[in-house]
Write a protein that binds this ligand. Structure first.
Ligand code: PLP
Length: 402
């Protein structure tokens, strides 16, 4: 069922296409756990092999379970189509590598998910693609970075881990203003929408060309799969599909099915996550043991006006700075009872990461300071627990450690 006029909350439940087999019509679609599919004639075989994104030829080319979840993803993000990949990095690398060639220039941000930063800082330059890394809150810097050979602008908002925002409509405007051509040859804008998610922010509605997700996070929502999503136009998806055949970031049909299952409750989960996260962030801001709370929906967020303009809710990630140094912060995170000390975000359970501890092996103090990570910085992903229990848990952990 592809009903164009339903609300996204309804599409999350009904957006997949019904599949009917020999008179059996399951309400919940089956998993097509097959790597390959039969043809019953030479003509059909030729058609299967040549048709773009045929869902029943070979699973790296397409799979009916991929197609079902992709149609829900496109509905949620408001794009013509969507593709799934084996991870968020699979989506990001496939999308970016599809669009650039040696001699092109790309603009990215100072704050990115670590593996994304490596793509821009290290990998693309090795292949002769020039990159400019600019401060994402500074629109003038983004505009000033544009060159005659600029191919794309990549943004991530809110950005990991400091929750700095990028004004999406303004970036689209900059790209439009400086594009010398139209269509897919213009300066393309790509947004990693993992932190906000389509319930809170729809970048394509603001003119962003490609919306990317780590569906491992809120979209899957249960900390049980890794998956990625590319939501875009049919013409760009066509180019990305070609590239995906070579890069091979293929989502397992089982994980595609679990993603479909997760998406049905995405709107409901996000409502609760938004309210829990905002309430916990506001409460933490009032605690004497806390020096700073970063959350887009707090009045105190430096870019709260942008949050109000482009986001419906703040999403799961709240960053907290506590009084004291590295040791106290480590003890505080360890004293939390409901919060597992684990990476990732957007699951049903609350998670806490002592960011400086996570990066001690791979960054020196200077690099951490540049990334906005102080020794007392804690990144939370707020889950679905009862809010009073969460506050009680944080209160006891703050009381004993800070
Ligand atoms: C987790 C994450 C990624 C990478 O996704 P994987 O599914 O782990 O490959 C990319 N961007 C953001 C913002 C993320 O949080």
């Amino acid at each position: 069922m592809a009903q164009p006029d339903w609300h996204p909350d309804t599409k999350a439940v009904h957006g997949h296409t019904a599949v009917s087999l020999a008179g059996i019509d399951p309400v919940n679609p089956p998993i097509y756990y097959s790597s390959t599919f039969r043809a019953n004639s030479a003509a059909q075989f030729a058609e299967m092999a040549s048709e773009e994104r045929h869902p029943g030829f070979y699973t790296r080319y397409g799979n009916p379970t991929h197609e079902q979840v992709a149609s829900v993803l496109a509905s949620l993000e408001g794009t013509e189509t969507a593709m799934v990949t084996a991870s968020g990095m699979g989506a990001i690398s496939t999308a970016v590598l599809s669009l650039v060639k040696a001699g092109d220039h790309v603009i990215a941000q100072t704050r990115h998910y670590m593996a994304t930063a490596k793509l821009f800082d290290e990998m693309l330059p090795r292949f002769g693609v020039e990159t400019s890394i600019v401060e994402q809150a500074d629109l003038d810097a983004i505009e000033a970075a544009i060159k005659p050979n600029t191919r794309l602008i990549f943004v991530e908002t809110p950005a990991n881990p400091t929750l700095v925002l990028t004004d999406l409509a303004a970036v689209v405007e900059i790209a439009r203003k400086h594009s010398k051509s139209e269509g897919d040859d213009k300066i393309l804008t790509l947004a990693d929408n993992t932190f906000a998610g389509p319930f809170n922010c729809r970048p394509a509605d603001l003119g962003i060309d490609v919306v990317l997700h780590s569906a491992t996070k809120s979209m899957g929502g249960h900390s049980d799969i890794t998956a990625g999503a590319i939501c875009t136009s049919r013409s760009l998806a066509s180019v990305m599909w070609e590239t995906s055949l070579t890069l091979g970031s293929v989502l397992s049909p089982m994980d595609a099915w679990l993603l479909l299952r997760g998406l049905r409750t995405l709107p409901l989960r996000m409502e609760r996550i938004n309210s829990n996260a905002l309430e916990l962030a506001s409460w933490l801001e009032q605690q004497p043991e806390v020096t700073k709370v970063h959350y887009p929906m707090l009045q105190s967020h430096a870019q709260h006006d942008i949050a109000r303009k482009q986001m419906k809710g703040g999403g799961p990630v709240v960053a907290v700075e506590v009084k004291g140094g590295y040791e106290q912060t480590s003890r505080f995170v360890a004293a939390l009872r409901l919060d597992s000390q684990a990476v990732s975000l957007g699951g049903v359970e609350t998670l806490a990461v002592h960011t400086a501890a996570m990066w001690t092996g791979s960054m020196n103090e200077e690099q951490m300071a540049a990334a906005g990570i102080s020794p007392n910085f804690v990144r939370l992903s707020v889950g679905l627990e009862n809010i009073d229990d969460l506050k009680r848990d944080f209160a006891q952990a703050l009381a004993v450690t800070v």
